[in-house]
Write a protein that binds this ligand. Structure first.
Ligand code: NAD
Ligand code: MG
Length: 385
């Protein structure tokens, strides 16, 4: 459907799960794509660049061959290096979909906000690691931050039109991941292949493993704290294996509002672009009859990463950045077969114990916290852990 007053899209992480779905939304809506970027100069990125003849094409970490190839194919449209993402996120009058995975998404988040653009944020790591700095960039400029993460899109939608003082509690739903119901002993022997097999969502590898450990939900608790200004004591996690209720808000009068829908990221991506309007989607109508929706409390002893995230969030300062960095290191080690599944929360716990509390005032502070935690976590993975 075309004819919407949509601004052109900048899609960062265009070859990933979020990026691919953002491109589908753009095509469906007839929204122009002003720029795309990914880490590597893959065939897929080149294909997307060719399909959108006016868009800039950024490659954050190209090989020499990729640089030559993209220069030959895209000429003036090609950009290289991490700073390319900063430039693309600052394109005038765009909506920036940040679908980069990991801490690497931070400069683009800040750049989009500083340029006064609307930021459709999937890259939760930038908000988790640098919450106060992102919020400052948001309040300083004319940009806007609309969450894409399904739980936060759900909360955002439940909160539209509600006075902040009316909110009692946020309830984030968690699918529980592929290992819901398993105990610590069974978890000790699970493989990367099993962890990558998510029951309800199809996503990139890191977030899929994070869903299995509940790290993802922990990151989302911190994300919700910064986005909505709600204390950690008033943010609850509930396991809901069907992934149909995407999150809920409880209000002071005892009312609850929930957001429901199929587990399909194109819905929150589109809402982040269309807000405050709603545009038609092409998805099948939702049928409630015949569905069993169940809710459970998370198993905090089998999945200790959830409470570690709360701890990092409550400590604040550099702790959330350290938590995220340690997890990036641990997940990579797990996927490469260098660390067991239950080694992931162990790395998180020990990294948090080994890092000091530092105030985060500048981007340099966050970079330092990230670097330090990566070094500690890397040492722990390489050691006896
Ligand atoms: P993915 O692994 O499928 O894709 C990641 C993308 O980021 C790729 O295009 C990759 O090239 C790019 N990238 C990686 N490192 C980069 C770098 N240094 N510079 C530039 N680009 C880089 O990941 P995904 O599942 O799409 O997740 C992306 C983000 O969205 C994550 O923060 C994730 O937590 C969040 N998220 C994803 C989903 C989902 O359904 N996939 C849902 C909610 C939130
Ligand atoms: Mg989510």
């Amino acid at each position: 459907m075309s004819g919407h007053q949509a601004k052109p899209l900048v899609i960062l992480g265009a070859t990933g799960s979020i990026g691919t779905q953002a491109l589908e939304v753009a095509t469906r809506l007839g929204v122009p794509v002003a720029a795309i970027a990914a880490r590597r100069g893959s065939d897929r990125l080149a294909e997307i660049g060719a399909a959108h003849p006016d868009c800039l094409v950024g490659v954050a970490a190209p090989t020499r061959e990729e640089e030559q190839r993209f220069t030959a194919q895209f000429g003036e449209r090609a950009r290289f290096g991490q700073e390319a993402l900063v430039e693309l996120a600052a394109q005038d009058g765009c909506v920036v979909v940040n679908g980069v995975v990991g801490f690497a998404g931070l400069p683009a988040t800040l750049s989009a906000l500083d340029a006064g653009n609307r930021l459709a944020l999937a890259n939760k790591e930038s908000l988790v690691a640098a919450g106060p700095i992102v919020l400052e960039a948001l309040s300083r400029g004319t940009g806007a931050l609309i969450p894409v993460d399904s739980e936060h899109s759900a909360l955002f939608q439940c909160l539209v039109g509600e006075p902040p003082a009316a909110v009692r509690k946020l309830m984030l739903t968690a699918s529980g991941g592929p290992f819901f119901g398993l105990g610590s002993e069974e978890l000790a022997t699970v493989t990367p292949q099993q962890a990558l097999n998510h029951p309800t969502w199809s996503m990139g590898p890191r977030i899929t493993v994070d869903s299995a450990t509940l790290v993802n939900k922990g990151l989302e608790v911190i994300e919700a704290h910064y986005l909505f200004g709600i204390p950690f004591d008033d943010i609850e996690v509930v396991v809901h294996p069907q992934s149909v209720v995407h999150s809920l808000v409880e209000f002071v009068d005892g009312s609850l509002k929930a957001h429901l829908g199929e587990p399909d990221m194109r819905i929150p991506i589109q809402y982040a672009i269309s807000f405050p309007d709603r545009w038609p989607g092409t998805d099948e109508p939702f049928t409630l009859a015949g569905r069993d929706l169940t809710f459970r409390t998370p198993d905090r002893s089998a999945f200790p990463a959830l409470d570690l995230a709360y701890e990092a969030g409550r400590r604040g300062g550099s702790a959330p950045a350290a938590f995220n960095a340690a997890d990036e290191v641990a997940v990579r080690a797990f996927l490469e077969g260098r660390l067991g599944f239950q080694g992931i929360p162990l790395i998180l716990e020990r990294t948090l114990a080994a890092t000091g509390w530092d105030k985060i005032s500048t981007v340099a502070d966050v970079l330092e916290a990230d670097r330090e935690a990566r070094a500690i976590a890397g040492g722990l993975v390489g050691g006896a852990c």
